[in-house]
Design a protein around this ligand. Structure first.
Ligand code: SF4
Ligand code: SF4
Length: 217
């Protein structure tokens, strides 16, 4: 009797076929081949991924980024935790978090990560999303410095330290303590002509302003 005509063998072969097709179907639905872990794909995680350009789903929580981050000690959620929370779609706590505002964009995490995930663009994305959603940045002085720095470049095409520092102090809520603890340094820098009193504009200021316009600022 040929093999194909053996009903038992036929049944076994069809079982194998069915199992194989199941395996194929499951494999095509695995989203995170490195960790082989299935996470719910939240729209928040997808948005962070699209806007930052970083594949946040590749993180398998080895924590090398956290260990190398110079500001992780001051963050409420450390870099690896931020990635995990993004994967889990924990939008609100992340947009209220101090972590994105304390990231200094040093890229240490990106060079250490075995999956080549850079936290700096992810943290920047979280900052933009927090501002768009109307959350007040928890680190007010850091936000004040961001704004003063960007405004200085917008108006002069480069940073003018004196006006930038004046804007920073005015935007900060704790004006008096900032002035008190920094006035000596500021006056010394001015007297030694390390920072110019009058600003200079770059020639291609129009191009700089065009960049700001494109970014919607
Ligand atoms: S180093 Fe990379 S893979 Fe490891 S926890 Fe950080 S982001 Fe995730
Ligand atoms: S880029 Fe930000 S998150 Fe990454 S190591 Fe530097 S400070 Fe930490």
């Amino acid at each position: 009797m040929s093999k194909a005509k053996n009903p038992k063998l036929k049944e076994q072969m069809s079982n194998v076929k069915r199992e194989t097709s199941n395996v194929k179907r499951e494999t095509s639905s695995v989203q995170y081949p490195i960790s082989n872990i299935q996470y719910p794909t939240s729209s928040f995680a997808l948005e962070v991924q699209r806007r930052s350009g970083e594949n946040v789903f590749r993180c398998y929580y080895c924590q090398k980024c956290t260990v190398g981050c110079p500001t992780a000690f001051a963050m409420d959620y450390q870099p690896a935790q931020v990635l995990k929370m993004i994967q889990l779609g924990l939008r609100e706590p992340l947009l209220k978090s101090s972590a994105p505002w304390l990231c200094v964009g040093c890229e240490a995490c990106g060079t250490r990560c075995p999956n080549e995930i850079r936290l700096a663009p992810v943290m920047d994305t979280l900052k933009y999303m927090a501002l768009e959603a109307g959350y007040t940045p928890p680190e007010t002085t850091v936000y004040a410095l961001h704004r003063a720095f960007l405004d200085s470049i917008k108006f002069f095409g480069r940073v003018h330290e004196t006006t930038m520092l004046v804007e920073y102090v005015l935007r900060s809520r704790d004006i008096f303590s900032i002035v008190r603890s920094n006035i000596d340094v500021g006056v010394t820098l001015l007297l030694k002509r390390k920072i110019p009193i009058l600003p200079e504009r770059v020639k291609a200021l129009g191009q700089v302003k065009e960049l700001y316009k494109r970014a919607g600022r």
